[in-house]
Design a protein around this ligand. Structure first.
Ligand SMILES: [Zn+2]
Length: 298
């Protein structure tokens, strides 16, 4: 309870006890838009699937507010990215939606939090086993779907065949998307990338990009002057032309590095939400094109 209280403000805990607005359909919740889209795809039209994280926010440094309490309170299923990425959601659900089943999608994808909990404090790109950004690989996302169908079937056994069929169709769509992204990025395969934070390990691994550095040494911590100097050196050594910022992180440090090293700035988005990046497929396509265009033909 102490740990929970440390994570959830008194305001949020107070909001837990206020009655939730009724929803005609059963409610499921997911922390980020691409996960919510996968959940909605398996759930089908019979469910009201809600996204917990507000637009433009990084789940790494997010603290729930009464808004998320209202969204999650009636949920029968709460899906998290897992691996320490959005641990606040499991705690929020335990406090405010105690009837809900918790679904750790990262575990279903084969990703576990590193020893000691929080994922990616450091920036070791070799350590893909604990990197929580599994959804940026459609291959890993597809691994989640059978378990997700099983979760819905446990809640609604009569609908089991439908959940299974939708999950299988979605997995086939993800395989097609994967082939498409591979084709989009083939012209820039092998290129080094520098992004706002270390979100792109699985994506880079799948499509032949090479993460060379991240602007934020840890999510929510801006680089020191020395780290900015190092980024400029990396940019020169790697012959970079573009820095990739993300809408959830401030751009100040990126602008300093870009000016110093003569780089362009382009946006990639690990989380999505806005029009054009709302669905899983749109988000992945947006990123593949942004990397391809930003890297240019080398
Ligand atoms: Zn991240």
């Amino acid at each position: 309870m102490l740990r929970l209280a440390a994570l959830l403000s008194a305001l949020v805990l107070a909001a837990c006890s206020s009655p939730a607005p009724a929803s005609r359909r059963p409610v499921a919740a997911a922390t980020i838009p691409p996960l919510a889209d996968l959940v909605a795809g398996v759930a089908g039209p019979g469910w009201d699937v809600r996204t917990l994280i507000p637009a433009g926010t990084s789940p790494h440094v997010f603290e729930p507010t009464p808004r998320e309490v209202r969204l999650v309170a009636p949920a029968r299923l709460v899906a998290t990215v897992g691996a320490g990425y959005d641990a606040w959601a499991a705690k929020l659900a335990a406090a405010c939606a105690s009837q809900a089943r918790l679904f750790d999608a990262g575990r279903a994808a084969g990703i576990e939090a590193a020893e000691g909990g929080e994922a990616h404090d450091g920036h070791e790109h070799g350590d893909l086993g604990h990197d929580p950004h599994w959804w940026l690989s459609p291959v890993l996302a597809a691994k989640v779907l059978p378990s997700l169908a099983a979760e819905f079937s446990a809640l609604d056994p009569d609908g089991a065949a439908g959940y299974r069929e939708r999950a299988a169709a979605l997995a086939a769509g993800l395989r097609r998307l994967d082939a498409e992204l591979e084709k989009t990025l083939r012209p820039v395969a092998g290129s080094p990338i520098v992004t706002a934070h270390a979100a792109w390990g699985y994506f880079a691994d799948r499509y032949g990009l090479r993460p060379a550095a991240s602007i934020e040494p840890a999510p929510g911590r801006e680089p020191s002057p020395r780290e900015i100097r190092d980024l400029v050196l990396v940019a020169r050594r790697e012959g970079l032309r573009t820095l990739f910022t993300e809408p959830q992180f401030p751009e100040d440090a990126a602008r300093v590095v870009a000016k110093e090293a003569g780089l362009r700035i382009a946006t990639v988005d690990p989380i999505g939400g806005p029009p054009g990046r709302a669905t899983y497929d749109e988000l992945l396509r947006f990123n593949a094109r942004a990397f391809r265009d930003g890297l240019g033909i080398r």
